[in-house]
Ligand binder design. Structure first.
Ligand code: RP5
Length: 153
């Protein structure tokens, strides 16, 4: 299966979080591609990536960014695919700035925000699985099986 999730991080410094997302997607056998694209340092390439994502077979985008974390919102501005934002830690405000930036999107261009940091990075992958399960039966099986295992403690 080709990549169906596009993970985008705003900086190489976000890589530890991206790896947490990747680990969950690997466990669920979900294919993904990973890019480093800064919405402010590389605005053209960021737009191009999001504009072409659907035609390349991507179904969900995950944007990981810290500080003034406009990356997920910019991705959502360039595509009608679902976008999940992960607020990264590491700034002087320790992710609260990124959380507010991501979660406070004005109506019409939504971004689904998950929690700050590691919890959010993992939940972004699980939320992507839930979205993909609507269209990809193997993902539905893997996602349902995970939820069942989890419920058994
Ligand atoms: C954001 O600013 C990135 O997503 C990163 O979390 C933060 C710091 O970036 P660097 O200065 O480490 O490149 O754009």
């Amino acid at each position: 299966m080709a990549a169906v999730v596009g993970i985008v991080m705003g900086s190489r410094s976000d890589e530890p979080l991206a790896q947490e997302t990747q680990r969950v997607l690997d466990d669920l056998n979900i294919e993904y591609e990973t890019s480093v694209l800064s919405a402010h340092r590389m605005p053209e390439r960021t737009g191009e990536y999001a504009r072409t994502a659907r035609d390349r077979g991507i179904d969900v985008l995950i944007g990981i960014a810290g500080a003034a974390a406009h990356l997920p919102g910019v991705l959502a501005g360039w595509t009608t695919l679902p976008v999940i934002g992960v607020p990264a830690t590491g700034s002087p405000l320790n992710g609260l700035d990124a959380l507010y930036s991501i979660v406070q999107m004005p109506p019409g261009v939504p971004v689904a925000s998950v929690a700050i940091g590691s919890m959010g990075a993992r939940n972004a992958a699980y939320l992507a699985a839930a979205i993909l399960s609507l269209k990809h039966p193997p993902v539905q099986q893997a996602w349902d099986a995970f939820r069942l295992r989890q419920s058994q403690g």
